[in-house]
Design a protein around this ligand. Structure first.
Ligand code: GDP
Length: 167
């Protein structure tokens, strides 16, 4: 996966969804860079041909322009959701669809990671599709993979998906 062609990946989601944990897993011990910006804490990992950029989405509206800068030219979006926090799904949905309103991103392949499936109870895939209004996403090909970043469950599926996107 790390030696295939250039791939720009943005990893976004609400805070506490598990992005940093996942980024660490994907980085496999590689140092993470924190990019100094205003109002946006971007973490970045480059490894082989892959550049992963990670930040919280939601935050304040005035920083949207900032993250747009980081999302520009990305090949794929990974959107992390805390599947064990159903109360946050409405915000997760709103922010996801807001992200996809951006013309730069609206047709970019989207991988939704339903994280924290090691916790019980958690929202299942069918309910997530409903709660996140996935059926309204017409322009970008999307997929949901249930994972546990902490317990490293289904991480191989994430890597497989990324590998496919880089061909
Ligand atoms: P971020 O704010 O999106 O970067 O989220 P973090 O990666 O900092 O994770 C937030 C909290 O959730 C931390 O306490 C993590 O240890 C925890 N966490 C992350 N992934 C998982 C997971 O798969 N399962 C469980 N149980 N906890 C997780």
């Amino acid at each position: 996966f790390w030696t295939t062609k250039q791939l720009e990946v943005v990893l976004v989601g609400l805070e506490n969804s598990g992005k940093t944990t996942l980024l660490n897993v994907l980085a496999g011990g590689q140092d993470m860079e924190t990019v100094p910006t205003i109002g946006l804490n971007v973490q970045m990992v480059r490894r082989g041909g892959v550049c992963l950029k990670c930040w919280d989405i939601g935050g304040q509206a005035e920083y949207r322009r900032e993250w747009r800068r980081y999302a520009m030219g990305c090949d794929v979006i990974m959107y992390v959701v805390d599947s064990a926090a159903p109360a946050r799904l409405a915000s997760a949905k709103r922010e996801l669809h807001r992200l996809l309103e951006d013309r730069q991103l609206s047709s970019t392949p989207l991988l939704v990671l339903a994280n924290k499936i090691d916790l019980q109870p958690h929202v299942g895939e069918a309910d997530l599709i409903k709660e996140l209004n996935m059926d309204y996403i017409m322009d970008s090909p999307w997929l949901i993979i249930p994972i546990s970043a902490l317990r490293r469950v289904n991480i191989d599926q994430v890597l497989n998906w990324l590998t496919k996107q880089s061909r």
